[in-house]
Design a protein around this ligand. Structure first.
Ligand code: ZN
Ligand code: ZN
Length: 145
């Protein structure tokens, strides 16, 4: 497999517990579709639905898919300010140097946000439950007696 950027040989490597095809010269890496999902699952499980929505807008590039030679398309990874390239034929994703580390950082951040949101929703649900409870209502009624 050749690097789509500098045409050097890609070598299998493990980064963040995920199998990638790594380019020693430009330090980019090729991830097969399921490998990117594994990278995400390392920190946060989006569930199957969210995984279908990886690419939002894309523009063609001059780099070619190492598997089918189709031009790779550049796209924004989820809604973040992180650009990756992908093969339209679903062969995989190209990440430039250290972009996999950024994916993990973004996922960790998302997980933290999600926990905070759940906590807030939890508290709100508990508050509503309390407001709707008979004991609270009777206390309010008692105030107006
Ligand atoms: Zn390269
Ligand atoms: Zn391809």
């Amino acid at each position: 497999m050749k690097c789509p950027k500098c045409n050097s040989d890609l070598t299998p490597a493990i980064r963040h517990k995920v199998k990638v095809n790594y380019c020693q010269s430009c330090k980019g890496m090729w991830l097969e579709r399921q490998d990117l999902e594994k990278l995400e699952d390392e920190v946060f499980d989006f569930g199957e639905d969210a995984k279908g929505t990886l690419a939002f807008s894309s523009t063609p590039t001059t780099a070619k898919c190492p598997e089918c030679m189709a031009p790779l398309k550049r796209f924004n990874y989820r809604f973040y300010d992180l650009e990756m390239e992908l093969c339209e034929n679903q062969h995989g994703y190209w990440l430039d140097e250290d972009e996999d580390t950024r994916v993990l950082e973004l996922m960790k951040k998302e997980e933290a946000d999600e926990k905070r949101k759940l906590l807030a929703e939890d508290q709100w649900a508990r508050t509503l439950k309390h407001l709707r409870s008979g004991s609270f209502l009777s206390k309010v009624k008692n105030l107006f007696r």
